[in-house]
Design a protein around this ligand. Structure first.
Ligand code: XIL
Length: 312
């Protein structure tokens, strides 16, 4: 059975994947991506980010993002917008820091409003606002505007598409700790101020054998606040070369993560950060590591695929 079908049968909204435009010319790849009920949701891996969508101020380019959005639409898949404001893959006209608070506020409002309005669908804020110790990340937005930029972006997104689900997407909040607590405090304060926020995305870029043991409790911190959660970028990497033992542990780890989402009623779905080792971002970002996804370099299913099915 397809992974999405298995997720639906377990009461979840979707099992999805990230994908990128340059991968869509590989017909072996698209045969899996588009197989009935394999994936029920798509995230654009890069082409809805700020540098791709507004490379020059107020010049919006949606051609590549639209290719992903149309693919999702034509197959009845949900779309996760990724993302409207965060500190990476920004064009230099933003990072240069040449704007005062009033100007940068308007720039965020224009960017988030235009992108979210263009892709009326399921949209994620993705701002990764925190450092690992729980303090705010000192990016161009925080340095100019303080933490208020988060509310600015969320409000602009809600105004552009009242139906869009608005998420803050973070990493290293998957287990309990300073950063998870800081994010809980942030979303609590946003809710108290009446800022629109629907959910928290747990990225889940994990290492084989090191899935946080408090994943379920960390999710429950947010669902207890009335928010939904989603696993938004799941992959589980290993130090290469892969071995049968590592692949078996990886299968267990995928099962553990999926089972955590299954166990938490407010966890709506899971997205893998691409489904094949052929296109995974891991080896270029973490040298010496890889093999982090459920299909291998040759687009053959790995034990991890069975781990996902077993987890539901
Ligand atoms: C990554 C993409 O996978 C790469 O292709 C790109 O070069 C850099 O960005 N967390 C995120 C994603 O929120 O946007 C990142 O995607 C991976 C880490």
């Amino acid at each position: 059975a397809g992974l999405h079908a298995v997720a639906k049968a377990a009461g979840k909204l979707y099992l999805g994947t990230a994908t990128d435009n340059n991968e869509l010319t590989n017909t072996q790849y698209t045969a899996i991506l588009e197989a009935p009920n394999m994936f029920g949701q798509i995230t654009a891996e890069n082409t809805m980010k700020w540098d791709a969508t507004e490379p020059q101020q107020n010049v919006f380019t949606f051609t590549q993002g639209d290719q992903i959005a149309n693919l999702a639409k034509s197959h009845g898949m949900l779309l996760r917008g990724h993302n409207c404001v965060w500190h990476q893959q920004l064009p230099s006209w933003v990072t240069a820091g040449n704007f005062n608070a009033q100007q940068l506020t308007q720039i965020i409002q224009n960017h988030c409003g235009t992108v979210v309005g263009h892709y009326k669908g399921q949209v994620e804020l993705g701002c990764k606002p925190l450092n690992d110790d729980g303090s705010f990340r000192q990016d161009v937005f925080f340095n100019t505007l303080g933490s208020g930029y988060i509310a600015t972006a969320l409000r602009a997104a809600r105004a552009a598409d009242p139906a869009a689900k608005l998420y803050i997407n973070e990493f290293n909040v998957e287990g309990l700790g300073a950063k998870s607590t800081a994010l809980k405090n942030l979303v609590t304060s946003l809710k108290q101020q009446g800022v629109p926020i629907d959910g928290v995305g747990f990225q889940c870029h994990f290492i084989v054998g090191q899935v946080p043991t408090t994943l379920i409790q960390s999710m429950q911190q947010f669902t207890a606040l009335g928010l939904e959660v989603a696993i938004t970028e799941l992959d589980i990497r290993m130090t290469l070369p892969e071995t049968a033992a590592l692949l078996e542990q990886q299968k267990q780890d995928f099962q553990t993560v999926i089972h955590a989402c299954k166990s938490v009623a407010g966890c709506v779905g899971v997205t893998v950060w691409d489904f094949t080792d052929k296109f995974s971002f891991v080896p270029s970002t973490f040298p010496g590591q890889g093999a982090a996804t459920p299909w291998d370099q040759n687009l053959v299913k790995k034990p991890a695929f069975d781990g996902i099915v077993a987890g539901f």
